[in-house]
Design a protein around this ligand. Structure first.
Ligand code: PMP
Length: 358
């Protein structure tokens, strides 16, 4: 039975990705060995990791000023690695507090140095994006940190101001979902389990010149330089997780890359937001259309009774993981790259049918 899985991460993968991943578990790259049993120093794994890096650079049109790393520890490990590497005793980091993950990142920076909030939408449970100036000159700034897409609350930055310091962005839930100009940023990171692959690897796109700003002793495993110098294989890398990224990025390339997926993602989000606005039983959680995420569509029922009935209706119609995050409630439909347009259309039909039955 086909299930429509709206999980926010780990999220759905294109079927071709997991079918090829299954093949690789049995026989990777004609080696007659499982990818799970091959040395990360073997030529086929070394070239697979290299190929994945080149795919990232090609799909996002990244110049050689940048390197691509595949690290352990999820996106959450980046929350502490960033201040450890780039915040000194004489500088300050600035954070845009637009959700739980942004606040977690800020917390780590505060533990390790001097960090301030540039803006915050905590006053209204993060259901909007604070308005920003076009340009900032920040005192003693080490960097400014953004969360491009707020997975829990359903907001997404569509553009960024300019700053007199490096810009670091957590793109865990929207990297590869649309065209971006990587050269606008100094470090981008993303846990793979939403739009890129499976849990276990975090992708980091780093401007190499940023490393010149390191000025203190950093534990070896937490130092970006270690991973840069050792091509993400200083220790045993999460080979299988990286391979799922490789397969997923090949799939993305085969359908026309970020330019094409962006069009599809826009169609999916427009369909869903339009139905939530039209349907007499639901409301969007994020009021301003320009703040709304194309990846995580958050909405609430008009009352508790409707909420309970719709959850039950979803279950009966094979819709899974549609519950909103516990701090928001209601519903959240995560519609990352691998969520087919047809499934969103089907879900819209289900919402209409629910309205007509209640
Ligand atoms: N940042 C964002 C935007 C996220 O959505 C998440 C996870 N949902 C994280 C960071 C944390 O990622 P991880 O679980 O890989 O540490």
């Amino acid at each position: 039975m086909h299930k429509i899985n709206f999980c926010s991460g780990p999220a759905v993968l294109p079927p071709t990705v997991y079918n090829k991943a299954i093949e690789a578990i049995q026989n990777f790259d004609h080696t007659d060995q499982s990818i799970l049993e091959l040395s990360h120093r073997s030529s086929s794994i070394v070239s697979m990791i290299q190929e994945t890096k080149l795919l990232v650079k090609e799909l996002l049109a990244i110049s050689d000023e940048y390197d691509v790393l595949f690290l352990h520890g999820g996106a959450s490990m980046q929350f502490c690695m960033i201040p450890m590497n780039f915040l000194s005793t004489s500088t300050k980091a600035y954070y845009t507090l637009t959700g739980q993950w942004a606040s977690n990142a800020f917390h780590e920076a505060q533990l390790l140095g001097n960090a301030d909030a540039l803006c915050s939408s905590a006053d209204s449970n993060y259901n909007y994006l604070p308005s920003l100036q076009q340009a900032y000159t920040l005192d003693n700034s080490a960097y400014v940190h953004f969360t491009s897409n707020n997975t829990i609350y359903g907001t997404q930055w569509k553009s960024y101001p300019s700053f007199n310091c490096p810009i670091i962005v957590d793109m865990s839930s929207d990297l590869f979902s649309k065209k971006i100009n990587v050269h606008q940023f100094d470090l981008i990171y993303a846990g793979a389990q939403k739009n890129i692959g499976i849990a276990g690897v975090c992708m980091v796109i780093i401007k190499k010149s940023l490393l010149e700003k390191q000025n203190k002793l950093i534990p070896t495993m937490l130092n970006y330089n270690t991973h840069l110098l050792h091509e993400s294989s200083f220790n045993t890398p999460p080979v299988f997780a990286i391979y799922t990224c490789n397969l997923n990025l090949k799939w993305l390339k085969s359908i026309g890359g970020v330019q094409e997926i962006e069009k599809i993602n826009q169609m999916k989000a427009q369909l869903l937001y339009a139905e939530i606005e039209r349907n007499s039983l639901f409301d969007c959680t994020v009021a301003k259309p320009e703040d709304r995420s194309l990846m995580n569509v958050t909405f609430v029922a008009k009352n508790k009774e409707i909420e309970i009935a719709f959850k039950d209706f979803c279950k009966k119609n094979n819709i899974v993981s549609i519950d909103g995050y516990r701090t928001v409630g209601g519903f959240r439909a995560s519609i990352y790259n691998a969520m087919p347009l047809q499934d969103v259309q089907l879900f819209v039909e289900i919402m209409k049918s629910f309205e007509s039955k209640i």
